[in-house]
Each structure stands twice: as structure tokens, then as C-alpha cells.
Design a protein around this ligand. Structure first.
Ligand SMILES: C[S@@+](CC[C@H](N)C(=O)[O-])C[C@H]1O[C@@H](n2cnc3c(N)ncnc32)[C@H](O)[C@@H]1O
Length: 351
């Protein structure tokens, strides 16, 4: 299972929580890698990860793994696999190669492609038409070990399909799900929550919180209300639309409010007052780069922490670019990741 680097352990705990893997699957069947988790599962359970994991980018099934330092061996081993079990139509080959004797990606791609075509007596052919969705065979060389895997996801899993409109700088859906899950876990998995984003933009963090429990029978009973705020009225309209696209049966309110203004904060407090026994705050604020900070960074981040405290959030977190960490109040916990190529940190606070 491919996940954003930095989210590997969270992605695994999500699988246990959603009962996508059995609680007695022990560590000998799980390997945490950088940017992925390898799990020994039967095929059905593996395919289910596409639906159950909201943190995954893609789910692959491993077909073969062997040591390989020359092209004839790559061809022979690939040809030795019964590809009719795995491929049903046109396919393409995607290659990555690191620290290995075979590093010529084009040649690896054509060797594997030809071997599959030959093994299937040309019933399986490499794709020549971009308009037809082809199955992808992943070939990954690392330290002269090669893994052959088959993609089971098609479109990347973070392309959920609910975001027809985007405001500025939206966060990728599976990152948003991962950040919400980090806070929800830290909060002790409360059963009755309100989730609030004071700078919600297109509403990705809120939408992901809203759909997080839908593929988990054990947690479907979690009650959840959603509250979004943004000073930009266009962003508010987009967030409303995106949230309604997933037809959340939950209470959701998105309002145009600037949390830095005193009367804005009064309205936020009034809206959030006693909405749920547990309130979680989550934001992806401007990074002071493409989107400017509305105040000098130290003042802005202090105001944001105070606003979440005043709004009654017992736990809250927001993303900070690494370069601005000096200007941010000390969190109880933080973890680094990359968002759109920028080094950032998710800072978590308690009230
Ligand atoms: C990076 S965007 C949020 C993106 C959002 N998480 C998403 O995925 O769509 C930051 C948002 O903060 C909003 N914002 C900036 N200053 C604000 C303020 N003082 N009060 C409310 N919203 C503010 C901007 O209008 C912008 O929509």
C-alpha cells in the first residue's frame, strides 16, 4: 500500500481501526517502509484496502520478487509468470530503479513488456491508446532486488471525485484524512465530536473528517458535526458545494467569518458552543509564500492558537512550513511531511 511519506504508522493504525486487517495480524506479516506498508493478506482483503484506507495513495499486489543483475534473467523470470491470472487487457509498465546494476528504465520497461507479451502468446499487449484505461505493472529495482507488482487502484485513491471546485491551495485528500486521523487518535477516539476549521478554503479537511468513518462499521456510530469558516466568501461557497457532493448526513455549517476580527470570533464561539462533548480543530493556514499571512507570522500563529482555545477545541492541529517554525507556539506533538513539495510540520495542541 503506497502512502504519503511520514504517514506510514498512521495508515497502519487506520487499517486496524477500520478492521481492514485483523487485530491478530502480527508484525511478521507487516513491513513498514518509507512511503508504504507491505502486508501479507489474501487477495480479497488486499483489494478491500482500496475502499477502507483513506490514507492510501494506491494499493498494489506483489506478484514476484527476485534478485536480478542482468536483462536475460529479468526476461526469463517475467516470462515464467502466468500473466493471464493478473492482466485482462492492455497494460503498461512503470519502472523505478535505484542503486542497481540495471538502471536503464526504458530498457527495463521494454524487457518486461516483451516478456509479458511473449508469455501470453500476444494475447496481452502493451497499451497504445491513451484513451483506454490500461492496467499498470510496476517494476521496482532497489539494490539489485526487483519487485513486480500490479496496480489495483486505477486512478490515484486521493482523487475521490467530490472536488469539482477548488479554492486556493487545497490540500490533497489523503493527506487531509491522515491529519484528521492523527488528531482523532490523539484525542482518544471520542464518539461524539464537532470538527472545526477556522480557515477551511475548499473544505477538504472537513470533508475528509466527514467521510472518514463511512467505511468502518465499527465506527459508524461516531457522531460528527462539521463547522467551517473562511474570510473569503467564494471559498465558503466552494466548501459548501464540496461537502454537499459527498451528501453527508451530518450537520454541517460553513460561514464567511474572519477569525482575526473580534466580532468574528464572537460569532464562531456562539456557533460552536456546546455542539459536541469533544471539539477538534484542524487547519491548513497560509504558508506566507503564495498565500500571504494576514499578520506578521508570530502574531498570526499566536492568534490562531488562542482562537482554537477560545472556540473550545480540546485538541487542535495545523500545518506550518518548516521555515516558519520559530514563529509558532510550542506544540505538544508534531510530525513532518511534505505538502505540494514544501517541507511542513503538523503541530498538535491541547486546550
Ligand atoms: C491554504 S488555504 C486552506 C485550504 C484548505 N485546507 C483546502 O484544502 O481547501 C488557507 C485559507 O485561509 C483563509 N484565511 C486566511 N486568513 C484568514 C482569516 N483571518 N480568517 C479566516 N480565513 C482566513 C484563506 O481565505 C484561505 O482560504
Amino acid at each position: 500500500m503506497i502512502v504519503p511519506p511520514g504517514f506510514e504508522k498512521l495508515a497502519l493504525s487506520e487499517l486496524y481501526f477500520k478492521q481492514a486487517i485483523s487485530s491478530d495480524l502480527d508484525s511478521s506479516h507487516i513491513r513498514i517502509l518509507k512511503g508504504g506498508i507491505e502486508l501479507d493478506l489474501d487477495l480479497d482483503a488486499g483489494l478491500q484496502l482500496n475502499v477502507k484506507s483513506h490514507l492510501a495513495t494506491r494499493v498494489l499486489v506483489r506478484i514476484e520478487k527476485f534478485r536480478c543483475r542482468d536483462f536475460p534473467k529479468l526476461f526469463k523470470k517475467t516470462q515464467g509468470i502466468d500473466w493471464s491470472k493478473w492482466l485482462k487487457g492492455p497494460f503498461e509498465v512503470s519502472v523505478s530503479a535505484h542503486r542497481s546494476r540495471l538502471m536503464n528504465k526504458k530498457r527495463i520497461e521494454s524487457t518486461v513488456g516483451e516478456a509479458i507479451e511473449k508469455q501470453s502468446k500476444n494475447k496481452l499487449k502493451r497499451s497504445v491508446d491513451d484513451s483506454i484505461l490500461a492496467q499498470t505493472v510496476y517494476v521496482r529495482f532497489d539494490n539489485d532486488e526487483v519487485e513486480l507488482s500490479l496496480d489495483t487502484s486505477g486512478e490515484a485513491l486521493f482523487k475521490r471525485g467530490y472536488k469539482h471546485l477548488e479554492a486556493t491551495a487545497p490540500i490533497r485528500e489523503n493527506l487531509a484524512a491522515g491529519l484528521f486521523w492523527a488528531l482523532y487518535e490523539k484525542a482518544g477516539r471520542p464518539k461524539d465530536i464537532a470538527v472545526c476549521d477556522l480557515m477551511c478554503g475548499s473544505g477538504t479537511l472537513l470533508t475528509e473528517a466527514g467521510i472518514f468513518f463511512e467505511t468502518n462499521q465499527a465506527a459508524e456510530s461516531t457522531k460528527l458535526k462539521i463547522f467551517g469558516f473562511d474570510k473569503d466568501n467564494d471559498a465558503v461557497q466552494i466548501a459548501k458545494k464540496n461537502i454537499s457532493n459527498v451528501s453527508l448526513q451530518k450537520v454541517s455549517q460553513v460561514t464567511a467569518i474572519d477569525f482575526l476580527e473580534a466580532d468574528g470570533m464572537q460569532q464562531i464561539k456562539a456557533q460552536l458552543s456546546r455542539q459536541a462533548p469533544f471539539q477538534i480543530g484542524i487547519s491548513n493556514p497560509p504558508y506566507g509564500m503564495r498565500l500571504k499571512w494576514p499578520r506578521p507570522p508570530q502574531e498570526f500563529y499566536r492568534a490562531l492558537v488562542e482562537a482554537y482555545r477560545a472556540a473550545g477545541c480540546q485538541i487542535f492541529g495545523f500545518i506550518v512550513p518548516r521555515s516558519a517554525l520559530k514563529s509558532v507556539p510550542r506544540p505538544i506533538e508534531s510530525f513532518p511531511f511534505k505538502n505540494g513539495g514544501i517541507d511542513v510540520v503538523f503541530n498538535i495542541y491541547e486546550n
